[in-house]
Design a protein around this ligand. Sequence first.
Ligand code: CP
Ligand code: NVA
Length: 318
Amino acid sequence: MATAAAGVAASLTALTGRDFLSSADFSAEETAALLELASQLKSGERRIDLGNRVLGLIFTKASTRTRVSFSVAMTRLGGQTVDLNPSVTQLGRGEPLQDTARVLSRYCDALAVRTYAQQEIVDYAHWSTVPVINALTDLEHPCQALADFLTMREVHGDLAGQTLAYIGDGNNVAHSLMLCGALLGVNVRIGCPEGFEPLSGILDQARSLAQQGASIEVLSDPVEAVRGAQAVYTDVWASMGQEEEQHEREQAFAAFCLDQELMGHAAADAIVLHCLPAHRGEEITAEVMEGASSRIFDQAENRLHAQQALLAAVLGGL
Ligand code: CP
Ligand code: NVA
């Protein structure tokens, strides 16, 4: 036991000063160690005071959970956040990213960035001298995946060999679930309509990262994707930035609504997950969302615990 605890501690220490731009940026051991720390922080077994550190939030897209959970996580760690929404900074008036990132690094101890292009956070990480965290891009949502697997671990225990089925668009959330799931030894099945598959490069990357024989599959039949799974997950059909495709997507995804009938093909003790915000009656029925299997609001809470662990680790508070 002492050896396992030492392994977790060493993995967490290795995260000091690191960026988190992709679920694939951390190793399998580091990802598992973060979930363990998050669980200890949640239960109160562990308390961490970072001593007045500051996290800058640069959010180009709307956010409730990510923004508030980062802010509360910093407060609980004895620090604070500064809201650097581009509409109220000189970024919105065209100040170059390379200047903004270097200046903000002089004031803040870490930056959490939510934007469209993944390249933009890669550029932030290049120019910043402090850790940069991906708070959602069009490509990935790695902080979300940490909370998702923390939730699955709380219900089903050891994640290795469990199966998570994701039904819907092969989007940012799906990409991070594939990569993070692969690292944790979880079988990940993506059930999506033709033309809305995850990127093949992410699929290849997830398969190459897969631990303990985990399989990463993309299926066009939602029933086959869900069959026997321990967790069934869905997300909106049109992500932020795709609003004009809403109508076309409603037609393409009509057979991919997570309803009771589809849940009937999952394991008897399967849980329902959704990153939120949700559109009841589109990707998920109100019945499933509010049903006994739903862990959606525990999952939303876990954003706080997972990000508190992440911040403590990258800010070197351990
Ligand atoms: N799930 C999630 O990232 O929610 P917000 O967009 O509200 O941050
Ligand atoms: N895929 C969604 C997730 C929102 C948290 C989006 O990018 O809008």
